[in-house]
Write a protein that binds this ligand. Sequence first.
Ligand code: 5AD
Ligand code: SF4
Length: 475
Amino acid sequence: MKKDYILPSLNDARRRNKEVSKNVSFIMDDSYKGLGEGKHYYIITHGCQANQRDSETMAGLLDQMGYSMCDDEKKADVIIVNTCAVRQGAEEKVLGEIGALKRLKTLNPDLIIALGGCMAQEEESVRTIMEKYRQVDIIFGTHNIYSLPKLLYEVITTRTRKIEVFSGMGEVVESLPVTRFMSHKAWVNIMYGCDKFCSYCIVPYTRGKERSRQKEDIIYEVEELVKQGYKEVCLLGQNVNAYGKDLHIDYTFGDLLSDVAKTGIDRIRFMTSHPWDFDDTMIRSIKENKNIMPYIHLPIQSGNTGILKKMNRRYTREEYLALFDKLKEQLPGYSFTTDIIVGFPNESDEAFEDTLSAYDHCQFDNAFTFIYSKREGTPAAAMEDLIDRSVKEERLQRLNEKVAYYANKKNQRFKDSIVEVLVDGVSKRNSNVYSGYTPENKLVNFTGENIHTGDIVKVKITEVMSFSLNGVKVD
Ligand code: 5AD
Ligand code: SF4
């Protein structure tokens, strides 16, 4: 029997080399198959799209073991909590959640609780869970999702707790099973990890070195999705513009976009772009291919050069605005969104005003805005911060007012127009109302007859709100 505990190490997670990452192929061990026959699992997913996609792999593995997915945690024999570590708030939510799961364990002592995702890669979090949350049976990391069947097998056969978290640079693991949660839109990983080391961010430590999948594997995956009737793929990476660089080949993200476009899939999106390496091949490819959606998410984080430098973002305010202006000019009609952090250590009033003025310049369609959250082990955690929490909250509120103002202003261009919507299904709030997204990634709520999930329908926009559009299907 292997060791019960392989714990994460921040020091190991920091390491990087220039070698091409290993490509390995997953094969399910026969002894794990059938272990879940007649049993159910329930997955709780926090965080970003990378985690959503990872949960689909976890589901695929459990399905291959014979388990069935259920939508009620009380009926589950295995509960997986796929966690996020990007901000303190996300972690507190997880701890509250696993605290509450203890009750289920008293009702069903055979229940297995497994915790995966980015929190599992953090030394401090794992220590806390080991000491205070005895109800957690398995902790597994982002680098070894494939270990889940083995860890479940070991817990079932030995009834001891298993912790297996690797902190190396990571590999590229192919042939993992996947149970996709949607039948019309799919997440497709094109690369893993991040080497940018923005000073506030935990991701380079929790997700390892930047490593690209082979282009053939990506294109094959998209071709298969087209055959299965999928309408949209979202190409995923922490920094998609860096695609291919680690493979030392003459093939960039722009080339990949063009090749994915050739599969004929109706809609292609990608997440997330870093302003660094947003090159002309990428712009050309986006421009030339009608199935690449007119939507770009380009995090600015701050509009002040001093803060950007402390953030290790590798661009100045002027450089970001120049790139933005170029994109805007070359890609008319596109929608642009961004991410912004307020209250970075010692952010002055003037620095924050620079963020507001940069926002006025770009007039984004929308933004994800956050108060800086200290992440232990990152360089920013050691920076002096004398700014009061109340000041940070006030800044966030001022910024959010601006976000709402421009979101509304930007949406006005759709009033009375006819847009194409990929239908996601009926709205959660009203079963007579359907919802879906336009090519520009605008959420549309609409009514009409004969509408099915996965259809691309024409909708006349009758009402414009800040964060959504209302309309009626037209024939
Ligand atoms: N505090 C606040 N926000 C953060 N983000 C990443 N790390 C932190 C942090 N420590 C934000 C960034 C990133 C988005 C995914 O989360 O804006 O783009
Ligand atoms: Fe995703 Fe980052 Fe959260 Fe990990 S820490 S789940 S990579 S957002």
